[in-house]
Design a protein around this ligand. Structure first.
Ligand code: MN3
Length: 391
């Protein structure tokens, strides 16, 4: 019996790579449903190739267009469409690969419908980690990490009782060896030029500020129920060691391989089994030759320290940091602010924020909206209207 998969966000970076994995393992998987945003051309191709039963897109207009082209397929749209796909009775697993806060509600919906979730959406755990983990537990379903670091830890963690700490590796991003001065005025193209991983634009900017690593620390805290004091970030430029687990006897188990998202995506889909997939070549230790490790520079990359702070404080501090950062990243990508302002703006919003304790999903989404509005206002007021970027 082939495993029936729903992919939310099938036209994004993770979604397309997941379909590449499924294409190679097509005797193991059946694509039950796909959701996309507004990349209609690509979803058309995907429908022709994988023949899903259900499809959902962002807009009604695109939905009508696709209905005419594919009369035998159920085509939906909007948040309702996404929620319907997330809760489909026939599905065996839901891969949540949409980016941003839009992933939160469908993830909950899938868990409540007792579906295992392969989770590639960071915001879901950063915004509502406690609620998500509790819901998974109550419904007796699994959350399988897709992010390479968390997949690595998931593969190494076989004795939680004897765990001393998690070691999360970071490539260091494109500015690992740059000076603070150079980073301030970094332009969009140098920020988007990530040395190791090919990813979407928002996450690539986050990898340059190391906010991405900060978000991953918060994710790891929730996924593996580990204190922030027991999570160590290590810079490892070669990105061969994808993360590691240290036990109380001093033994460390690390997961190593080529930096390709196909491997963690495939493992999340096929868990607990392993199959020969896209990356069939053996890892060449001799060619890799050198593995380097450094302490992260928390002064040069203050976003990483901010994420630890938000995680430790709890409440909705992570919601605040995540929302302010995302709005600042969008402002940077549209040329409104300079690179170092991403942190400055996020920090300024964060410093004046009053958190909500034990929030519900509704409260989390209200806070998120409020912070985004506030961040946009701050950007307009303090930065754009001055006519020049603050250096
Ligand atoms: Mn990662």
């Amino acid at each position: 019996m082939r495993k029936k998969i729903t992919i939310l966000g099938s036209t994004g970076s993770i979604g397309t790579q997941a379909l590449e994995v499924i294409n190679v393992l097509n005797n193991k998987f059946e694509v039950l449903s796909l959701s996309a945003g507004s990349n209609v051309e690509l979803i058309k191709e995907q429908i022709k190739k994988f023949r899903p039963k259900y499809v959902s897109v962002k807009n009604k207009e695109d939905c009508e267009k696709l209905k005419n082209l594919f009369p035998d397929i159920t085509i939906l749209y909007g948040e309702e469409g996404l929620m319907t796909l997330a809760g489909l009775k026939e599905a065996d697993m839901v891969l949540v690969a949409v980016s941003g806060k839009i992933g939160l509600k469908p993830t909950l919906e899938a868990l409540k419908n007792k579906k295992d979730v392969a989770l590639a959406n960071k915001e879901t755990l950063v915004m509502a980690g406690e609620i998500i983990m509790k819901t998974a537990k109550e419904n007796n379903v699994k959350i399988l990490p897709v992010d390479s670091e968390h997949s690595a830890i998931f593969q190494c963690l076989n004795n939680k009782k004897a765990l001393r700490r998690l070691i999360i590796t970071s490539s260091g991003g494109p500015f690992r060896t740059s000076s603070i001065e150079d980073m301030k005025s970094a332009d969009i193209s140098s920020v988007l030029n990530h040395p190791r991983w090919n990813m979407g634009r928002k996450i690539t900017v986050d990898s340059a500020t190391l906010m991405n690593k900060g978000l991953e620390v918060i994710e790891a805290h929730h996924l593996f129920d580990v204190d922030f004091d027991d999570i160590k970030v290590v810079v490892h430029p070669q990105s061969y060691v994808h993360s590691a687990v240290e036990y109380i006897d001093g033994s460390i188990i690390a997961q190593i391989g080529v930096p390709s998202m196909h491997i963690p995506i495939q493992y999340a889909l096929t868990y607990p089994e392993r199959f020969e997939g896209i990356e069939s070549e053996s890892f060449d230790f001799i060619k890799a030759s050198k593995l380097e490790f450094y302490e992260p520079d928390y002064e040069k990359f203050p976003s990483l320290a901010l994420a630890f702070d938000a995680g430790r404080r709890g409440g909705t501090y992570c919601v605040c940091m995540n929302a302010a950062n995302e709005e600042a990243v969008l402002a940077f990508l549209s040329g409104k602010i300079c690179f170092s302002d991403i942190y400055n703006i996020t920090k300024s919003v964060y410093d004046s924020y009053i958190s909500v304790e034990n929030p519900s999903i509704e409260q989390i989404l209200i806070e998120d909206d409020k912070i985004r509005k506030q961040t946009k206002e701050l950007i307009e007021l303090k930065y754009s209207l001055k006519g020049e970027k603050i250096r």
